[in-house]
Design a protein around this ligand. Structure first.
Ligand code: HEC
Length: 103
């Protein structure tokens, strides 16, 4: 399964050269729903997204969001590409965090 994702990610990266393209929040949602939701929903119930909007949430800036996704990625051993992290960040930010995005 993991190999499939790496292969797909590699294909996407190859197909979309040059690399500097806008983040794809739709793709980020797919990655997030596949890899991240179960654990979070075990923690806060529902679909797990409450974690991102709870009062005492930990993430308070776009940079911190990227860092937290990297942290979860590393502890899970997913070995996501920077594009994967960026896309998931775009999704989480668009739906929940709503930090101003600098590009
Ligand atoms: C094994 C369980 C687990 C999985 C799987 C997991 N997380 Fe988490 N995540 C946590 C825990 C635990 C916290 C809360 C840390 C805290 O509150 O100190 C957290 C917190 C977060 C937060 C911060 C929420 C806030 O307070 O603002 C983000 C963002 C996040 N995770 C993203 C992800 C992403 C993206 C993935 C998929 C790559 C993922 N997580 C997968 C356990 C997990």
């Amino acid at each position: 399964m993991k190999t499939t994702w790496i292969a797909i990610a590699a294909l996407c990266a190859g197909a979309s050269l040059p690399v500097s393209q806008a983040a794809d929040a739709g793709r980020g949602k797919q990655l997030h729903d596949k890899h991240c939701i179960d654990c979070h929903s075990g923690m806060v119930g529902g679909d797990g997204t409450l974690l991102y909007t709870r009062k005492n949430r930990r993430v308070h800036s776009y940079d911190a969001l990227i860092k937290q996704i990297n942290r979860c990625d590393q502890s899970l051993g997913l070995k996501w590409f920077p594009e994967d992290v960026r896309d998931v960040a775009a999704y989480l930010n668009r739906e929940f965090y709503k930090f101003p995005v600098k590009r």
